[in-house]
Design a protein around this ligand. Structure first.
Ligand code: NCD
Ligand code: ZN
Ligand code: ZN
Length: 465
């Protein structure tokens, strides 16, 4: 093993198994070896990484890159540039594009459209609703990474994005979960109870509430609690592997902790914005800080951190949900919910985690290793060890800086709620399967460097693009 394409020397490797000083050899897109003596190697290229940490490429299993259909908000090129600049080498894109991904045919089309633009490897979700239960198995075989269902009707005029992905009636949700259970893939649930949100929104609007907290009050903790409990009960009934997305409340953490103790196949995620902001952010920033579920109380934030500490919360993702500045300037009822965060996930989280005594290795588990395990791509992603894809981020963990929205890659940079926030760790270099896709200072690989990553139930012959 003396020849290799690239040798990254003198780095602190943060792998799933620990932190070690190593030289990392990369060959033909894979990790070849980790060694403390590389003197016998003759690499084609070398990088001296003294003082830097080498992290497994991060995986963001919850992004909305708006492509195809709403590329005026974002497309897979700008979205994936943000990912690369943030040390993320694999994203899983939600099905709520236009057209929404409800069939094997639409799935195939989306693979080819976004594959031309993506800088990072990508997996795609299928939407799961009552009208397309017959397509669920087909999408799994086509390579869907998981399925997504909303338990709440879409906001305002966004039915086109959500038609076929929301199920607001319990019996219908049970039916959809039976079908997803049959696929063996995770069932990602956006858990907010539709009737609770419907009743309260109606009441608050009729009372004339227009202040930003009206958004918070229309989607209280109870709306999430009821829906999370329902999906867990149905997981018990169907065997569906429920993954609760963007958990925001103490109630949800408690119910999920109990479900796990019972041995149910339940996992969950939260996002940096739920860990660093309370509902005061809504008061300060108005519609810009409107997202679903909304920012909560101090108590909820503390409960989320406890959930991270004891493993109830499995992963931290961005829920990168870009909208235009004009859209985010609308009033609190009219503005679309969602906030961009794919690029700021690591540094914002590291800064907050440091104050909680959580280190970089725990962060790598939350943002890469465990994500790969949940979604079944851990045979090639989520760790730095021989045989794995050479997806790595070289990070200066000593760097302390402040997020500046102007520097972000997302088309929605002007709306970033993280602007001005303290950040720890600067991504200096990002490699995807051994190829440099981002170098600090702003050099990016070209569109299409990323590949489609089929889910674990893909029938390989038909899914390779
Ligand atoms: C998301 C979006 O805009 O696509 N918005 C949000 O507030 N989270 C949708 C979603 O993840 O629910
Ligand atoms: Zn959601
Ligand atoms: Zn989302």
């Amino acid at each position: 093993m003396s020849n290799c394409d690239l040798l990254i020397r003198n780095c602190r490797v943060v792998s799933a198994s620990g932190i070690t000083e190593r030289d990392v050899a990369i060959d033909r897109g894979r990790i070849l070896a980790l060694t403390s003596d590389s003197s016998s190697m003759s690499p084609t290229a070398k990088i001296d990484a003294k003082g830097m940490a080498l992290l497994p490429g991060l995986i963001d299993s919850h992004v909305h890159f708006r492509d195809p259909g709403m590329v005026y908000k974002e497309d897979f090129l700008s979205g994936s540039r943000g990912a690369a600049a943030g040390g993320t080498t694999t994203v899983f894109d939600m099905p709520t594009t236009v057209p929404i991904v409800t069939s094997a045919e639409l799935f195939r089309e989306k693979v080819s459209i976004v594959g031309r633009r993506s800088l990072v490897d990508f997996g795609l979700y299928g939407a799961a609703g009552v009208r397309n239960v017959g397509e669920i198995g087909k999408m799994a075989r086509e390579g869907a990474i998981a399925f997504k269902t909303y338990t709440v009707a879409p906001p305002g005029d966004r039915t086109k994005e959500y038609e076929g992905a929301f199920v607001t009636e319990a019996g219908q949700l049970l039916q959809v979960m039976e079908a997803v259970a049959g696929s063996g893939l995770p069932h990602c649930i956006h858990a907010e109870d539709d009737s609770v949100v419907g009743y309260l929104s109606g009441r608050l609007k009729s009372e004339g509430r227009m202040d930003p907290l009206a958004h918070h009050d229309s989607r209280p903790n109870a709306a999430e609690a009821v829906s999370v409990y329902q999906s867990i009960a149905f997981s018990r009934a169907t065997g569906a592997r429920v993954h609760v997305v963007h958990v925001s409340t103490k109630e949800a953490v408690d119910v999920i902790r109990a479900a796990k103790a019972e041995g149910l196949p339940v996992t969950c995620e939260t996002c940096p914005h739920y860990l660093v902001f309370t509902k005061q952010a809504l008061e300060k920033m108005g519609s810009r800080a409107k997202y679903n579920p909304p920012a909560r109380s101090e108590d909820d934030v503390e409960a989320l951190w406890r959930g991270i500490a004891d493993g109830t919360i499995d992963i931290v993702v961005s829920d990168h949900a870009p909208h235009t500045e004009e859209e985010k300037r609308m009033d609190i009822w009219g503005a679309p919910p969602g906030t961009p965060g794919v690029e700021t996930r690591l540094p914002v989280f590291l800064a907050a985690a440091e104050r909680r005594g959580l280190g970089v290795q725990g962060t790598v588990r939350l943002m890469s290793t465990k994500v790969a395990e949940i979604f079944g791509v851990d045979g090639r992603k989520g760790d730095i060890r021989p045989g794995m894809d050479a997806d790595v981020a070289l990070v200066d963990l000593k760097a302390r800086w402040k997020v500046r929205k102007e520097d972000l890659q997302t088309a929605a940079k002007g709306t970033s709620i993280f602007d001005g926030m303290e950040a720890v760790g600067r991504v200096e270099l990002t490699l995807l399967r051994g190829v440099v896709i981002y170098e600090s200072g702003g050099a990016f690989a070209g569109p299409g460097t990323g590949e489609f990553i089929p889910g674990p139930k893909a029938v390989r012959s038909s899914s390779s693009p």
